[in-house]
Ligand binder design. Structure first.
Ligand code: NAX
Length: 326
């Protein structure tokens, strides 16, 4: 009999929720041989919209979709789940300071972190809702019985954005690009690392001769891509974020091909001089058995070391803002 994975999605009636649910239900996250039971969480005022989303999911008649439950209580939604996709939080509004966003959204992850204790014993928690690194830190610290290795925050959209930039510049398909690392925070201090990335197995700096671009505009473009999309579209990235969340889970669950890596934020073990415990984006490999680890021996030049440190310092400041929630 096919296995069933129970997956919670918070903020399920939001833009990313709307884009990700049909993809989870059709098997793109957990594969064509795994049934899915969706546990959807929303705020009370969004339950009616969520009911509409459920109707649409039912109307798709997805063969793998075993059941759907909805709730406005984290304890109900997380009960027995194997994966918790924590997407729901308030998006930043125009003119809002990052510190205010952190204070506004932080408490959500206290309650939801505690509710994760109701999840299945193998639960993995993925935080997408911003500021995702610090929200994941809060959830992790409020669910102390769950091993901290099980928590991650999503920087895969930044990785995918970097891959697209590099592929376009080199005039190749995006599948030729590999080994892109996003270091640090999912914010404008992140460091998209092209120096250690590859195009068709060759170092990017050998393939792309415009090194000023690689060290300048390419980095800034990725760091500010979210704002560029908001300016053009009038709302923040939705299906590209949903797509990145699919990639994130697929990479964490799968076995990383030899010599490759992917990026996600996990609790630092002190690697690369990052303070232990901070939720920091690193190059990772996964073993296909539900475990992942940091790739340890990537060379960082002085330029990279400086950027890696700046993003750590930003995360330390964010932690200070929410220290009463940890
Ligand atoms: P929306 O505002 O469209 O949807 C958010 C949904 O979350 C709403 O339906 C709201 O009712 C719900 N919600 C709010 N608080 C909740 C709570 N306590 N429990 C359950 N549900 C709750 O935003 P959307 O575009 O879907 O974005 C969701 C989050 O993803 C935002 O924080 C956004 O900033 C973040 N993003 C993160 C990205 C990343 O790369 N890590 C990229 C995309 C996106 O910006």
């Amino acid at each position: 009999m096919a296995q069933t994975i129970h997956v919670a999605v918070t903020g399920a009636a939001g833009s990313i929720g709307y884009a990700i649910l049909p993809r989870i239900a059709s098997g793109q996250m957990f594969g064509p041989d795994t049934n899915v039971a969706l546990h959807l969480l929303e705020l009370p005022q969004a339950m009616s919209a969520l009911e509409g989303v459920v109707m649409e999911l039912n109307d798709c008649a997805f063969p793998l979709l075993e059941s759907i439950s909805i709730s406005d209580q984290p304890d109900d939604a997380f009960d027995g789940v194997n994966w918790a996709l924590m997407i729901g939080s308030k998006p930043r509004t125009k003119g809002m300071e990052r510190a205010d966003l952190i204070r506004d959204n932080g408490p959500i992850f206290v309650g939801q972190g505690k509710a994760l204790l109701k999840a299945a014993s193998d639960v993995r928690a993925v935080v997408v809702g911003n500021p995702c690194n610090t929200n994941a830190l809060i959830a992790m610290n409020n669910a102390k019985d769950i091993p901290k290795e099980r928590f991650s925050a999503m920087t895969r959209l930044d990785q995918n954005r970097t891959m697209a930039q590099l592929a376009t510049k080199a005039g190749v398909g995006v599948s030729a690009v590999s080994n892109v690392t996003i270091w640090g925070n999912h914010s404008t201090t992140q460091y998209p690392d092209a120096k250690n990335a590859k195009i068709n197995g060759q170092p990017v700096f050998d393939v792309i001769s415009d090194h000023d671009w690689l060290r300048g505009d390419m980095i800034t473009k990725v760091q500010k891509r979210g704002a560029e999309i908001i300016a053009a579209r009038g709302s923040s990235s939705a299906f590209s974020a949903a797509n990145a969340a699919i990639d994130h889970v697929v990479s964490l669950r799968g076995k990383t091909p030899e010599g490759h890596w992917f990026s996600a934020a996990i609790a630092s073990d002190g690697s690369y001089g990052i303070e232990e415990g901070l939720l920091y984006s690193y190059p990772l490999t996964a073993d296909g058995q539900g475990n992942w680890s940091i790739v340890k021996d990537i060379p960082l030049d002085d330029f990279a070391k400086e950027k890696v440190k700046i993003s750590m310092e930003e995360l330390q400041k964010e932690r200070e803002i929410v220290k009463d929630l940890l």
